[in-house]
Design a protein around this ligand. Structure first.
Ligand code: SF4
Ligand code: FES
Length: 260
């Protein structure tokens, strides 16, 4: 069967002026519908791609031309919304942020993120991750009466060095790739996970926040901070440069009395 071409509307305009040769590649995509299937099956699709095409371009071409039933999640197509995480050739990555030609392989194997229940095919259920995220109170907590006073628009000024302390961790787009890479998540479904723990650190180090003790009490749990074995795989896969492994270690420092 001839390879299907990724259509022109997925092309980058800057590259339209250059007529580059197309390459062929085999996409092997996991399909599983928990309501009817007993096991995952892998379906092969021949794809013709240009050097600027992403894995997401290829999957949408498959969906629109070969298999409309293929389930996947995406939105922004620019590594901002965190929707398109999946396992690409064995590694957790964003489909919209992974160029086919950078994979250096003639075969691209696509699977749903590990450590998440599968809704269908490549779409996974984020409920547990978002529940853990909410549990750790990912917002500024004020214990004083300043906010509840008549002026609710009061500003809390921060200098650049205060912002520096948490800004890296504020870049999290909640894609779940860190949780997918985490070996502890694979063995403890109640583990809060690197995503939520890192956000606890992000708010705890914010000079406007007064919820430190509240959050430290929550994470001091056998499924919380102590369950991390510092494998570090979370930090290796983060597409936004967040370092969850470091954030978790810094959080531990508060409980062990090394930080205040
Ligand atoms: S820390 Fe990184 S990998 Fe984890 S959810 Fe946030 S952006 Fe995704
Ligand atoms: S589609 Fe939004 S991060 Fe990939």
């Amino acid at each position: 069967m001839a390879a299907i071409k990724i259509p022109a509307n997925n092309r980058n305009i800057a590259n339209e002026i250059v007529d580059r040769p197309k390459n062929k590649i085999l996409f092997r995509v996991a399909k599983f519908n928990p309501r009817v299937d007993t096991h995952t099956k892998y379906v092969d699709y021949d794809i013709e791609y240009d050097h600027w095409n992403t894995v997401l371009d290829a999957l949408l071409t498959i969906k629109h031309n070969l298999d409309p039933s293929l389930a996947l999640r995406y939105s922004c197509r620019q590594a901002a919304c965190g929707s398109c995480g999946m396992i690409i050739n064995g590694k957790p990555a964003l489909a919209c942020f992974t160029k086919i030609n950078e994979l250096g392989s003639d075969l691209v194997k696509i699977e749903p993120m590990s450590n998440f229940p599968i809704l269908r095919d490549l779409a996974v259920d984020f409920t547990q991750m978002f529940d853990a995220h909410k549990k750790l109170k990912p917002y500024i907590i004020r214990s004083d009466s300043e906010i509840s006073s008549s002026d609710e628009t009061k500003e809390f000024i921060q200098d650049p060095s205060s912002v520096e302390k948490y800004i890296q961790f504020a870049n999290c787009i909640k894609c779940g790739l860190c949780n997918s890479a985490c070996p502890t998540m694979a063995t403890d479904s109640l583990f809060f996970g690197p995503q939520a723990l890192t956000q606890a650190y992000r708010y705890l180090t914010d000079s406007r926040d007064q919820g430190k003790n509240t959050r430290l009490k929550i994470i001091d749990d056998r499924h919380g901070i102590w369950r991390c074995h510092f494998a570090g795989s979370c930090s290796k896969v983060c597409p936004k440069g967040v370092d969850p492994a470091m954030g978790i270690q810094f959080l531990r420092g508060y409980l062990l009395g090394f930080r205040d």
